[in-house]
Structures are given as structure tokens and as C-alpha cells.
Write a protein that binds this ligand. Structure first.
Ligand SMILES: [Zn+2]
Length: 250
């Protein structure tokens, strides 16, 4: 049951048929891992804590740099050289004292995946590198934990859901079977604008809330955003039976 205070605080969410009190309770009981506390992880962690997600784990081994500030909106110049996860957790914990928010001040590796994945209901990939993206994808498939992936460079962004609880769900490796074929460009080579990250992070947060509240979320769909033409494009993905990560089990 929700407390009177919770009913008031989250009333605009609860009044929605597809959320309701049950959905709000599900958010409060949810445990979510956010990998990467940069341009995507900053707004994603804010939106999920604000929506009432009860437990958030934020993982990042990087320290804050001056060039992060135009888009990593929780940080300021006093935070330079501090760990991103620690700093974000300090700030979020003050703003959302009812949520349990913990920092993992390290780059995600297999050992951390093996520790955290069995505990969480959902993972958000807000990382900025392919190696981490493949690792998270593999771990989420192994532990059957739904995954919301986001990425952005320049004016462009992408978002997709991998839901290994569904036998028909394609994974990231189905889409990009070998690491050398995956897009290697990143913000350091192509630049990035904060609002493009905000759009992708908003989309990731929305998908996360849908998944956590048992609403239909779109698997096998790659959503591409072009910030210059203001257009979204949806591409159908298909699970590859030859995929070395998720295929061949049926
Ligand atoms: Zn796959």
C-alpha cells in the first residue's frame, strides 16, 4: 500500500489508468541499475528517482571533467575530478530522500554484473562505449533482465529495448554481431548536444517506467532520432538464431 504522502506526491501518475496505485507500488519496489552516469545517465537517474523508483544503482568509474558540464546537468565546476557515480548519488539522495540510491564507483565488469544483475529488475545502458555495451547485453541475456539501451552522438540518437524474458526478443548482438561492425564513433570524435541526450534519456526513462509498471514496451524495434530533421524512424529487428549471445536456444 502507498502512504497518504505517496498518494499525494505521485497523484498525477497514479491517476493514469496504465499506472495506477499498483504501478506506483511497482516503481517503489523496483531495483534498477544505471550503467554510465554521463549525458544519458544524469537525466535518466533524475527522472527515475523523481518518478518514485525505490532503488537505483548508479555505476561509473569516470571522474567529472570541465567538458562534461554542458550536458551532464547534475554536475558543476566544484565537482570536477570527483567520481561521477558518487557525486550524482550525493545529489540525488538529497533531492529524493525516500529512494535508496547507491553508487558503484567503478567501470562495470563481469564480476559486478554477476553481483548486481541477479538483484535488479531492469538495466539502463547509458554508457558511451561499445565494450561495456556488449558486456551489459550479454549479462542481461544471461540473467534474463530487461535492458533499455540508449546512445547519442552529434545530432543523432538511438534507443532500443532488449527483453530476454521474451524468447522472441532480439539482443544488441543480433543487431551488431561483431564489435568491429558496431558504430565506433563517440562524443569525443563527433561531438554532442545536451538536448539530444535529453531526448534519448527521456525515451529511455519512459521505456523503463513502462517495463517496470507492466505496460507493453516495444521489443525488436530500433528507434533512431535525427535532431536536424526532428524525425524519429523505427526499424524492425529480428532475433538472429545464429546470434552467439541470445540465439540457438529455441
Ligand atoms: Zn542476439
Amino acid at each position: 500500500m502507498l502512504t497518504t504522502q505517496e498518494q499525494l506526491k505521485y497523484s498525477r501518475q497514479i491517476m493514469m489508468d496504465k499506472i495506477g496505485e499498483q504501478g506506483q507500488i511497482a516503481l517503489r519496489n523496483a531495483k534498477v541499475l544505471i550503467v554510465g552516469v554521463g549525458g544519458l545517465g544524469n537525466p535518466v537517474s533524475l527522472y527515475l528517482a523523481a518518478a518514485g523508483v525505490g532503488t537505483l544503482y548508479l555505476a561509473d568509474g569516470d571522474t567529472i571533467e570541465l567538458s562534461n558540464l554542458p550536458r551532464q546537468i547534475q554536475f558543476n565546476e566544484q565537482n570536477i575530478n570527483q567520481n561521477k557515480a558518487d557525486t550524482a548519488v550525493d545529489k540525488l539522495s538529497q533531492q529524493f530522500p525516500d529512494s535508496n540510491i547507491e553508487a558503484i564507483d567503478d567501470m562495470l565488469d563481469q564480476e559486478l554484473c554477476d553481483y548486481y544483475l541477479p538483484q535488479v529488475d531492469l538495466v539502463l545502458d547509458c554508457s558511451d562505449n561499445i565494450k561495456t555495451r556488449y558486456l551489459i547485453n550479454q549479462a542481461c541475456v544471461s540473467y534474463k533482465v530487461p535492458l533499455v539501451i540508449g546512445a547519442a552522438t552529434g545530432f543523432d540518437g538511438q534507443q532500443l529495448i532488449v527483453d530476454p524474458r521474451d524468447d522472441n526478443s532480439a539482443c544488441y548482438h543480433c543487431l551488431f554481431p561483431a564489435s568491429e561492425k558496431a558504430p565506433a564513433n563517440n562524443c569525443q570524435t563527433l561531438g554532442i548536444l545536451g538536448p539530444v541526450l535529453a531526448i534519448i534519456a527521456g525515451m529511455q526513462s519512459l521505456q523503463a517506467i513502462k517495463l517496470l509498471t507492466n505496460n507493453k514496451a516495444q521489443i525488436n524495434q530500433l528507434n533512431l532520432f535525427d535532431g536536424l530533421s526532428n524525425q524519429w524512424q523505427q526499424f524492425k529487428m529480428k532475433k538472429q538464431e545464429s546470434c552467439t549471445v541470445c540465439g540457438g536456444k529455441a
